[in-house]
Design a binder for this molecule. Structure first.
Ligand code: PMT
Length: 221
């Protein structure tokens, strides 16, 4: 149902993966291509929303007409998200956020030393969990990237982060998750309701997700 209209609504979308520097030439990252988040940004824009896309480094171009903020680390993503949070109506967090960062990123390229080296990691802030504690009128939509116990783990995230909906993907399935052009997801709600969707392109899935958000939005007002 592409007739749903988001005119006058501001939607903040995060996409891509964050990168955490180890030294000037190396980082810890993940396999997010940005395809899911960029498809959502495109879909929201074409339904009339004002879209702010906050993205880790990816090889995609941002859709025309969206406000674009490029970030690298989780801490930069957190700052950009918090700076915009009060002005938006809806947040969709499709980004794959690094949960840990090297404790002491080195200023010079690390030299080869022993056969085994150890990298100490420090915990990153959980951006979405923080939004859950700050939210007033906003709808908060998260993703859950899981490799086991899909429903149980996603249900825990919806509760912990005070979300209005979570899109759970089993990233071990072919045609789902990181870098694929399609996705296979289940939608979970705070009530415990679960909706299972068939495999579809990330563009088609974005339209379905926006339909569901529209329903949540009109139930609010
Ligand atoms: O980019 P693609 O290649 O198209 O791949 C799409 C995708 C697999 C990245 C996407 O569908 C997806 O699942 N995104 C969420 C990835 C993730 O970090 O999941 P998570 O289960 O670790 O985190 C749960 C939620 O909390 C996510 O909405 C995440 O953005 C958010 N989070 C997580 C950790 C953290 N420190 N801060 C956060 O805000």
């Amino acid at each position: 149902n592409t007739g749903n209209n988001f005119t006058g609504k501001r939607i903040l979308i995060t996409a891509g993966g964050t990168r955490e520097p180890v030294d000037p030439v190396r980082y810890i990252g993940n396999r997010s291509s940005g395809k899911m988040g960029y498809a959502l940004a495109q879909a929201a824009k074409s339904r009339g929303a004002e879209v702010i896309l906050i993205s880790g480094p990816v090889s995609l171009s941002p859709p025309a007409g969206v406000e674009f903020v490029k970030v690298e680390t989780t801490q930069e993503m957190r700052e950009a998200v918090l700076a915009n949070f009060n002005q938006v109506d809806i947040v969709i967090k499709a980004a794959a956020v690094a949960d840990y960062r090297p404790l002491e990123p080195q200023e010079q390229k690390i030299k080869k030393t022993g056969e085994i080296v150890t990298l100490q990691l420090a915990k990153n802030p959980d951006i979405l969990k923080e939004l859950g504690t700050l939210k007033k009128h906003q709808l908060l939509i998260g993703f859950a990237a899981e490799t086991e116990e899909l429903i149980a783990n996603a249900a825990e995230k919806i509760r912990l982060k005070k979300l209005d909906m979570i899109i759970a993907n089993d990233v071990t399935l072919p045609g789902a998750g990181f870098d694929a052009d399609t996705n296979i997801v289940k939608l979970l709600y705070p009530s415990g309701r679960v909706e299972e969707l068939p495999q579809m392109s990330k563009t088609e899935l974005s339209a379905v997700i926006l339909d569901k958000i529209y329903n949540l939005m009109i139930n609010l007002t």
